[in-house]
Structure formats: C-alpha cells, structure tokens
Design a protein around this ligand. Structure first.
Ligand SMILES: [Zn+2]
Length: 150
C-alpha cells in the first residue's frame, strides 16, 4: 500500500485550534485500511480540561468507533506528544506515530520522560518524527508571538 501522509489534515486541525484561541496542535487517527477514524485539535481552554490535548481527543473518538485498542492504526500529530499522550498512545496500542515538530518544553517521546523507552511501556509504536515539522513549528511560533503582542 502506498504511504499517504495525513499530516496535512492534522495541520488543518492545528490551524482550527489556533482560531479558537487554543494552542495550535492537531491530531488524526487513521485506521488499518487508511480511512480517517478521528481528527481533533487542542480544546483544553474550551473544555476546561488539561487532558483535552489533540491526541487524547482523537484517540477517544477513534476508540468510540474501533474499540479500546487501536491495533494497526496510525496517529498523526503536529507536535511531539507529551508524556500523558505518549502513555495513552501506548495503552491504545497505536501502530505508528508520525509527528511534526519536536517539543523541548513538554515532549515525552524523544526527550523528557521518553515514555516509549521506559521498561514499563508495554507497547511501543513505530515512531517517525519531523513530518512537516517546520510547518507545525511555524504555526506554534506565530500563535505565541501573537499572544505576546495581544
Ligand atoms: Zn499531550
């Protein structure tokens, strides 16, 4: 099967999040057949919920369709997942994780907690980083620059 990136859709969700005044992060869950199961952007402010990260919302929605385990599914997210989301990705048995920009502040995959490298991590997805990373990073920079001026 040809590889088709869904990062463009994740970036759309990130832009929609920014338009709602949320930190611009977007995520998409794709099923084993390549169909989009769920897409979401950050909603922590709107939902008053610090766990309402794009990945968490997309995983919850996809599990509503697919079941508790997303075996064989892929997750695209514009920013390196934090430790909470990385743990959720492992628990959901996501097959492949594609992310855009690295996150030195809160990332938990390539830095920080490095959740997937931990011996207690029972499922490790294949990880591909830097997918449209510059576009994702530019969105975040623009958002925080505008917020500092506002
Ligand atoms: Zn997170």
């Amino acid at each position: 099967m040809d590889f088709r990136s869904h990062m463009g859709l994740a970036l759309e969700e990130a832009r929609a999040a920014a338009a709602r005044g949320e930190v611009p992060v977007g995520a998409v869950v794709v099923g084993p057949d390549g169909a989009v199961l769920a897409r979401a952007g950050n909603r922590t402010r709107e939902m008053r919920d610090p766990t309402a990260h794009a990945e968490m919302l997309a995983i919850r929605a996809a599990c509503g369709i697919f079941g508790e385990r997303l075996t064989g599914c892929d997750l695209y997210v514009t920013l390196e997942p934090c430790a909470m989301c990385a743990a959720a990705i492992a628990a959901a048995r996501i097959g492949r994780l594609y992310y855009g920009a690295g996150d030195p502040k809160s990332g938990g995959v390539a830095q920080g907690a490095r959740v997937f490298a931990h011996p207690q991590c029972h499922h490790v997805p294949e990880v591909y980083d830097g997918i449209a990373g510059e576009a994702a990073a530019a969105l975040l920079r623009g958002f925080f620059a505008a917020r500092r001026q506002g």
